[in-house]
Design a binder for this molecule. Structure first.
Ligand code: SF4
Ligand code: SF4
Ligand code: SF4
Length: 173
C-alpha cells in the first residue's frame, strides 16, 4: 500500500513537471490572425473553421483574401498584420453578405434534428419530433444549418431585423 502511494505520488510529480516543461506552445502568429477573423466558422475559406484558416495563412498555405464573412475589413487587417499588400476578396470563396442570424419558422419544423449536427457553435435547441429554435446570441450566421433542413424552415434574417422570438436571451450568470 505504501509502495502504491509512493508510486502514484511520483507519477503525479512526473506528470506535473512534464506538463510544465514540455508544454506545447501555440503559434503566436496564428493566434493574432485568428483574432482578426469573424469567427463565423462557416468553412467558406475551404478550411473547417477560422482557426485552421488562421494557421494556414500563418503557414503561407492560404491567402489573406479567402474569408467572405470578413470581407475587405478582414483583408485589410490581415494585410497590415502581415505587412503585405491588401487585395480584393477572392470570389471563388463566395461574397460578403449582410450579417445575419438563422431563424426557424417554428410551425413548419418537424423536429427531425438534422440541423443540429452541422451547427459549429451549438446554437440550435430542440428534441426529436419537437419544435427547434435558434439561440440568436450564439448564432454566427454561418448558414450551415440551411441545406440539411428537409422542409426549408430555416431562414436567415439580417441582424437589425430580429423577430420577437429573439428578444429572450440566455444568461449564464
Ligand atoms: S470563411 Fe472566414 S469566417 Fe468562415 S470559417 Fe473561414 S475564416 Fe472563419
Ligand atoms: S444556427 Fe445555423 S447559421 Fe447559426 S451558427 Fe448554427 S448552423 Fe450557423
Ligand atoms: S432541420 Fe428543419 S425541420 Fe428538422 S429540426 Fe431543424 S429546423 Fe426543424
Amino acid at each position: 500500500m505504501v509502495f502504491l502511494c509512493l508510486f502514484f505520488a511520483l507519477l503525479g510529480l512526473g506528470l506535473g513537471y512534464t506538463a510544465r516543461y514540455l508544454k506545447v506552445q501555440g503559434d503566436p502568429l496564428a493566434d493574432k490572425i485568428d483574432a482578426l477573423l469573424p469567427q463565423t466558422q462557416c468553412g467558406q475559406c475551404n478550411f473547417p473553421g477560422c482557426r485552421p484558416y488562421a494557421e494556414a495563412v500563418a503557414g503561407g498555405v492560404a491567402d489573406i483574401n479567402q474569408c467572405p464573412p470578413g470581407g475587405e475589413d478582414t483583408i485589410t487587417a490581415l494585410a497590415q498584420l502581415l505587412g503585405v499588400t491588401a487585395k480584393p476578396l477572392n470570389a471563388d470563396f463566395g461574397k460578403t453578405s449582410v450579417p445575419a442570424v438563422a431563424f426557424i419558422i417554428e410551425q413548419d419544423c418537424i423536429g427531425c434534428l438534422k440541423c443540429i449536427p452541422p451547427c459549429p457553435v451549438d446554437a440550435i435547441l430542440g428534441a426529436s419530433k419537437q419544435m427547434h429554435t435558434v439561440i440568436a446570441a450564439e448564432c454566427t450566421g454561418c448558414e450551415l444549418c440551411l441545406a440539411p433542413c428537409p422542409v426549408d424552415c430555416i431562414v436567415m434574417q439580417p441582424l437589425e431585423n430580429k423577430p420577437s422570438q429573439w428578444l429572450w436571451s440566455v444568461s449564464y450568470e
